[in-house]
Design a binder for this molecule. Structure first.
Ligand SMILES: [Zn+2]
Length: 198
């Protein structure tokens, strides 16, 4: 290999990447056109370099795509969460309206209603002392029939209804079970603490 070949081959990597000056390019071009061995080296380098360039570019490209994908996934998750949250909120407000805040913290009542919906229970206690229950209105003779049945089991007979109060009696006394409409479908009722006389 003569000196010129050595110089040309030193220049080749830069030449292939287009980093050499016009003057150098002319030199390389004219040498390549007449030197078989340098031409061969040039062809080999030309094939190698674009591959190494591709290889170094691809991973960054990929990681960029991955990052974009991750961000898209994250945005999707956030939007989905927001949509679900607002749908649930909308559902509860739609189903229960403003009344859900009438009884203070609506969570115990709402979870009791959910329990009613998913079990055969006719009533669910949501607070005690006095015991407060939530039930579904019944169609038929008395929409409070759940309360009547419950009180009969406790030894109380239904006497009459006065407004929202249901009056029950046994041999000795009377008690009033207060009812309150909670939603169109559900009502709350509270049984006063009964002093059982034996
Ligand atoms: Zn040469």
């Amino acid at each position: 290999m003569n000196i010129k070949c050595e110089v040309i081959q030193d220049l080749l990597p830069s030449y292939i990447e287009g980093l050499t000056s016009d003057e150098s390019n002319k030199l390389v071009n004219s040498h390549l056109s007449e030197c078989q061995s340098c031409c061969q080296v040039y062809n080999e380098m030309k094939q190698e370099i674009p591959i190494t360039i591709q290889n170094t570019e691809k991973p960054s490209n990929n990681s960029e795509k991955k990052l974009v994908k991750r961000i898209k996934n994250k945005i999707f998750t956030v939007i989905t969460t927001l949509v679900i949250t607002f749908s649930l909120l909308g559902f509860f407000i739609g189903a229960f309206g403003n009344v859900i805040f009438q009884e203070g913290n609506p969570i115990p009542v709402i979870s009791s209603i959910i329990e009613l919906e998913f079990t055969d229970a006719e009533y669910v206690v949501f607070s005690t002392g006095p015991d407060r229950y939530v039930s579904e209105f019944k169609s038929g003779d008395n929409r409070y029939s759940v309360v009547l049945k419950y009180m009969r089991e406790q030894g109380w007979d239904f006497k009459e209804q006065m407004g929202s109060g249901l009056i029950f009696e046994n041999e000795a006394e009377e008690i009033v079970v207060e009812t309150r409409q909670y939603t169109r479908k559900y009502f709350i009722w509270s049984v006063p603490e009964i002093e059982t006389k034996e």
